[in-house]
Design a protein. Structure first.
Length: 296
């Protein structure tokens, strides 16, 4: 029987658990440091799923054929090292964390030292729409071999980027400079534009230099992602900044996006407003700013 261990039970970990069960894999266990808090999202996910939880990282991965590491970006190396005593020789370690090439290389060295097979993985789209049918970019010396068995674990869309650890991460995080940076830019621009009363003019002008689109809807989607997941996205952008710095480039834009994403996470309730400008107004209201009269 195929056994899978999930290290991290947030949004991605829960999606893996649900889709693996749908694919017929029933022997699942999970470990998350947040299990110590019964009110945490990870604890709630475990209860909702009726998922077996382990008392430690090594206990969770003991005997697992596949270990899926889906923790927060900064915990990539810590998570890998924490489970080493329980890893089975030859088991797959699927590192899905949005961490820099340097951190992926550190995690790989630890896992390979335990005789397990490390596979660098980069999720190249939001997990929600396509779930485990989402596109995954793989890297490392075991990537091609894992690609041949990926469907065993309900992972359908895989591309091998390189047999070198770090290239998949670099692809993901250099992309994040654009995607998460655009989220930060649209949030900042429309908050200021709304106060100045020029939000419509700004939105209507974007197709002059960008591809034609419903930019109000696009902005709403991007802003909502920051409001809902700003903390996680700020951490990913810290890894993006590290990736840029590892290339010898000053990560000014990435560092600024870190701050705006972290700031946006203070207003998750604004998402309930629904519309793009409704969310903007909800944030402004929380800041005690009148969108028509300016700062008070």
């Amino acid at each position: 029987m195929t056994r899978v261990a999930l290290v991290g039970l947030g949004e991605v970990g829960r999606t893996f658990a649900e889709d693996l069960r749908t694919a017929g894999i029933r022997d699942l266990t999970a470990w998350d440091t947040a299990f110590a808090d019964p009110t945490s999202r990870a604890s709630a996910n475990a209860r909702d799923l009726g998922l077996a939880t382990a008392g430690s990282g090594p206990a969770a991965v003991a005997g697992a054929d596949l270990v899926v590491s889906a923790v927060t970006a900064a915990q990539c190396v810590v998570a890998a090292r924490s489970v080493l005593p329980g890893l089975s020789p030859g088991s797959w370690y699927f590192d899905l964390n949005s961490s820099s090439p340097g951190h992926k290389q550190e995690a790989a060295a630890a896992v390979e030292g335990a005789a397990a097979r490390y596979v660098e993985a980069a999720l190249m789209s939001p997990i929600g729409p396509r779930r485990l049918a989402s596109p995954f970019l793989l890297g490392g010396p075991h990537a091609a071999e894992f690609a041949d068995v990926a469907r065993t674990f309900a992972i359908d869309d895989v591309t091998v980027a390189s047999d070198e650890i770090g290239r998949a991460a670099a692809t993901k995080l250099c992309r994040s400079v654009v995607v998460k940076g655009l989220e930060a830019l649209l949030t900042e621009s429309l908050l200021a534009a709304r106060v100045h009363g020029v939000e419509r003019e700004v939105l209507d002008s974007l197709p002059n230099i960008l591809p034609p689109a419903d930019w109000e809807a696009v902005a709403g989607y991007f802003i909502s992602r920051s409001l809902q997941h700003g903390t996680r996205r700020a951490e990913e952008m810290e890894e993006a900044a590290a990736t840029v710095a590892e290339a010898g480039i000053d990560p000014w834009m990435s560092a600024a996006a870190v701050e705006r994403q972290r700031w946006a996470s203070r207003f998750p309730e604004a998402v309930a407003a629904g519309s793009t400008l409704g969310m903007v107004d909800a944030v402004l209201a929380a800041l005690n700013v009148d969108a028509e009269e300016g700062a008070t």
